[in-house]
Design a protein around this ligand. Sequence first.
Ligand code: HEC
Ligand code: HEC
Length: 210
Amino acid sequence: MPPCRLGLKIFCIVMALGAAGASRAAGDAARGKPLAYTCLGCHGIEDYKNVYPTYSVPRLVGQQPDYIVAALKEYKSSDRSHGTMHAQAATLSDQDMEDIAAYMAGTPLKSIGSVIGTPPAKVAQLCVACHNKDGVAASGEYPSLSGQHADYLARTLEEYKRGDRKNAVMATFVTQLTATDIRQIADYYAQQKPALQTLERRSSLFSAKN
Ligand code: HEC
Ligand code: HEC
């Protein structure tokens, strides 16, 4: 195998992740539904905001279930620092996470092979191997970004930069992004289709929609 450097770097990381993420049992969405009840208090309300600092709660419908499980494990272990999500994930077993992910994600997004607008140069150079030009995940371990809230995407990139999210792969790529790049990339991916969506919470006393 050739050495992992220069242009081969991204390829090598992709191969290493692919090998590590192979084969996982699918979750049971029916079991996940009641477990996800409290989650919808935030993730089930369109445009719901985290407070201090203020940014949008991420959309999960259409996301990759394997990625949702990985994210929950990172909140549980505090590789991602977020007090509320740590508390939410701390009591979940691996099976709970699989089942909740199957319920909340629904059918993962599939690329339709076209983009809206022109991808920023750094997207083409650095991001497409895993997130594609349209933001639809290249495989299950990666998050889809298309249609995600722009302010949430920008926030996460800043967190990888600061080390508040500890992820070796993303840490490598964000070092190459300026504040302007982050804004442009977040806006670009947020407007792509097919888009991630919010799982609307049904029959709530507090929701005007139901
Ligand atoms: C009080 C509001 C709130 C509740 C309740 C809540 N979340 Fe979250 N969730 C958030 C916020 C805010 C974030 C973004 C955190 C960050 O900045 O990393 C988040 C992030 C996530 C992510 C990461 C998404 C991504 O794109 O990386 C997943 C997955 C998730 N939550 C699942 C859940 C599940 C499952 C539950 C229920 C067990 C739950 N959340 C309950 C507010 C909430
Ligand atoms: C080699 C694969 C790879 C490449 C290339 C890559 N990423 Fe990622 N990206 C990932 C993985 C894996 C995660 C999940 C990390 C974690 O668990 O927190 C991620 C997470 C993210 C997130 C957080 C999404 C969320 O829902 O919380 C954003 C935003 C993101 N990447 C944007 C980018 C951008 C912009 C680039 C190019 C500058 C890029 N990525 C390049 C693999 C990659």
